[in-house]
Design a protein around this ligand. Structure first.
Ligand code: AMP
Length: 300
């Protein structure tokens, strides 16, 4: 692995790779890496000659200042994890991986970018209205990374399901011939979707967090014989009454912010299962647990 901190150095490395007709894969991350990120990197290494992993906490995608300040920054441990992944993969690929770790000034030398992106219906649901400016901020940084790394393929996790739809819409808008590769969620053994935010959970909260996935899995079973509305209501009820039903101490609460059952491509809510299009239906949830906001999905 080679660490690059300057945009100009990344451009140079990419130019050299292009001269050799190498195919480049891009994995954008905000660092605080875990096995979920590593699964994206591993897949990118399998499918490309050169992989650029960006580790950059992008301030303009945070609509909440406190969330930005509290976002874990663990760059040394991240680089170690990437090196260990290289060792774990049989055909050692130390010359195949570039870890791009720019500062905010390096990414945005002209100061905070003025560009604003709009994506229509896919951003008007779920995370969109609750995190104003978030997806535009994501689009700005991802486009900048596309410009610098010029990838053939870009890897994104299905945990951030709406983000994938937004990037798909971005690619249509800017007409870059980049293949978007959605990757499955990696979970802890107890089912909790891995997330950099999990490290902010207290031990008590971490112990009950797997209930999110367990509830979604049960919802997938129910979907075989219940209506969309009933499944939706059941999930929201189950999580919002969890702390009472299970007599959870310490005032810990699940507070579901939303649970929507949507068409997996358009992200628009569906009223019945038959209304889902070619990608089927997906349930997307955001939950507050002990002051930490967690998201997850289930495919129906
Ligand atoms: P983040 O650093 O949280 O912005 O995530 C960087 C990329 O890793 C995004 O495409 C995420 O969707 C993906 N990702 C995060 N958590 C997981 C996970 N548990 N499984 C698979 N991909 C993930």
């Amino acid at each position: 692995m080679k660490q690059i901190t300057k945009a100009a150095d990344l451009e140079l490395a990419v130019k050299e790779a292009k001269n050799q007709n190498l195919e480049i894969g891009l994995v954008p991350t905000m660092g605080a890496l875990h096995e979920g990120h590593l699964s994206l990197i591993e897949r990118a290494l399998k499918e490309n000659d050169l992989v650029v992993v960006s580790l950059f906490v992008n301030p303009i995608q945070f609509n909440n200042k406190e969330d930005l300040e509290k976002y874990p920054r663990t760059i040394d441990a991240d680089l170690e994890l990437i090196k260990n992944l290289e060792l774990r993969i049989k055909n050692s690929c130390s010359d195949k991986l570039l870890a791009f770790t720019p500062t905010v000034d390096e990414m945005y030398p002209q100061g905070e970018p003025k560009e604003v992106y709009h994506f229509g219906p896919v951003e008007e649901v779920m995370e969109g209205p609750r995190r104003p400016g978030h997806f535009s901020g994501v689009a700005v940084v991802v486009r900048r990374l596309f410009d610098l790394a010029q990838p053939k393929r870009a890897y994104f996790g299905e945990k951030d399901y709406q983000q994938i739809a937004v990037i798909r819409a971005l690619l249509e808008q800017i007409k870059y011939p980049i293949e978007l590769i959605p990757c499955p969620i990696v979970r802890a053994d107890d089912g909790l979707a891995l997330s950099s935010r999990n490290m902010r959970l207290s031990p008590e909260a971490r112990a009950i967090a797997p209930t999110i996935n367990a509830t979604l899995e049960q919802a997938a079973e129910m979907a075989q014989y219940e209506d969309v509305d009933d499944v939706k209501e059941w999930v929201l009820d189950t999580l919002s009454t969890f702390h009472e039903v299970h007599d959870v101490k310490n005032g810990l609460k699940f507070e579901p912010e939303y649970f929507e059952i949507v068409d997996a491509r358009t992200l628009q809510p569906i009223e019945n299962w038959e209304a889902a299009g070619d990608l089927g239906a997906v349930g997307c949830i955001a939950v507050w647990l002990d002051g930490v906001r967690l998201i997850d999905i289930v495919k129906f």
